[in-house]
Ligand binder design. Structure first.
Ligand SMILES: N=CN[C@@H](CCC(=O)O)C(=O)O
Ligand SMILES: [Zn+2]
Length: 435
């Protein structure tokens, strides 16, 4: 090795969670075995000058191979564990006005749709987001993404969907674009203009507005490079967008080159999983009410299931059937679903809930929050594992075994020592406490 200068060396970690090491795009139980995550004991990680992973291997091998290289930063991870940056596959973090008052209503027995039909829920947030200035939305988004980063997230999917008309949807996408360019976290951006049917419009009118006004405008702004949008989303649900309107919107987005990734089978079985499989969707989120046929279709089509443990928890819904999905070979991913209904920025808490309430194993939850979440966003060639050539996104936790990140409910604040994005330390936490 020549006398190069690289960004970062993380050395002598007790465990390095590589996750997978053969270029796998996702991990499933397809062959009947358990999800197998790749771990190296007593290992080091090298990040090159472009912020990409150069090498991961036994500490002594890395030490001798890179002895002539100088590093901008060296982290001594003795006694600690290194994991890939977590990927949050489903969030709604751009909005104004919280809904703490609705939390009280739901605790008193109101359902999600009771609140929505009464003009609250998404409608409440839409009114406030329409009225908010872009700079205020960017400021609150920045704070929320920082909270996510401090909890180990280095790539987050971010949705629009609190405008439901052209000006506000574009304002949200512009805020997202600015965040993507300036904030130290990866963003996968999603147009979700079909998040609810705006007050005063029918489903048909809302669908026509999206197809004839919003999507053409978005296409124009993507063509000029003003906006970069990765995914298209629809809330497919009884009383929101029905299957025909969902299909039309998703197909139009797909024709524009967007990845299909939508909300389905949450409160009622809608056969959304089958629709996703038919459309070649990268992912369908929620799936609390998915049928066996829907599970089989997703497994066949390699459409990822993005499960959101906070939603079922907060709304006291039936848990998504993670075990049935995993056993059928579905690619299972996780998301925080951060939004004014489910206020949680922490993927470690999400993994904990997935293990306890959805009966996932800790390796399954970690694969779901790394490589499989990256797959759901079309990013598993760059994110989700510590393999050479991928982004140097990682976290260092002050614990002798990686499982502490899931086991310690809410303990990530004292456990996560460093968070690194593309080789830069973006969170340096000297508040870690001994176990
Ligand atoms: N279910 C639809 N959308 C969000 C909730 C958004 C909101 O209530 O503001 C979700 O994924 O949980
Ligand atoms: Zn959502």
């Amino acid at each position: 090795m020549s006398t190069a200068r690289f960004k970062l060396l993380v050395k002598n970690a007790r465990q390095v969670l590589v996750i997978c090491n053969k270029g796998e795009k996702y991990l499933t139980r397809a062959n009947g075995g358990d999800i197998d995550i790749h771990i190296i004991q007593n290992a080091s990680v090298v990040v090159d000058s472009d912020g990409l992973i150069e090498a991961v291997g036994p500490a002594d091998v890395i030490e001798s191979e890179y002895s002539r290289v100088s590093f901008d930063r060296v982290i001594d991870a003795t006694g600690m564990c290194v994991l890939p940056g977590l990927v949050d596959a489903h969030t709604h973090p751009i909005w104004a006005g919280d809904r703490v008052h609705e939390f009280a209503m739901k605790l008193a027995g109101a359902t999600y749709m009771d609140v929505h039909r009464a003009g609250g829920g998404i409608h409440f947030t839409v009114e406030r987001t329409r009225a908010a200035a872009a700079r205020d939305l960017l400021a609150s988004l920045s704070g929320r993404l920082e909270r996510m980063r401090r909890a180990g997230t280095t790539l987050a999917e971010v949705k629009s969907g609190y405008g439901l008309e052209l000006p506000t949807e574009m304002k949200m996408l512009e805020v997202m674009e600015e965040a993507r360019r300036t904030l130290p976290i990866g963003i996968s951006s999603t147009y979700c203009g079909a998040h609810a049917v705006p007050k005063g419009k029918s489903v048909e009118e809302a669908t026509a507005d999206i197809l004839q006004v919003q999507l053409p405008a978005l296409k124009g702004r993507m063509a000029t490079g003003e906006l970069r949008v990765d995914n298209i989303d629809v809330f497919c649900e009884e009383g929101v967008f029905d299957v025909p309107s969902t299909r039309a919107i998703l197909q139009a987005g797909k024709d524009m080159g967007l990845n299909v990734n939508f909300h389905g089978d949450e409160l009622h079985p809608m056969n959304a999983a089958q629709l996703g499989a038919e459309l070649g969707a990268l992912a369908v989120s929620h799936l609390e009410e998915v049928t066996d046929q829907g599970i089989a279709a997703m497994a066949r089509a390699k459409t990822a299931a993005i499960l959101l443990p906070t939603t079922a928890y907060i709304l006291r819904l039936a848990q998504p059937r993670a075990r049935a999905m995993l056993d059928a070979g579905v690619i299972v991913a996780l998301g925080s679903d951060f939004n004014p209904n489910a206020y949680c920025c922490s993927m470690p808490i999400v993994m904990h809930l997935a293990c306890v309430n959805m009966r996932m194993s800790m390796p399954e939850a970690l694969a779901a929050a790394t490589i499989n979440a990256a797959y759901a966003l079309g990013r598993s060639h760059t994110h989700g594992s510590l393999e050479a050539g991928k982004h140097g996104d990682l976290l260092v936790i002050a614990a002798p075994r990686w499982e502490h990140l899931i086991y310690q409910l809410g303990g990530h604040q004292e456990l996560i020592r460093y968070v690194v994005v593309k080789g830069d330390v973006v969170y340096d936490n000297d508040q870690t406490l001994a176990l």
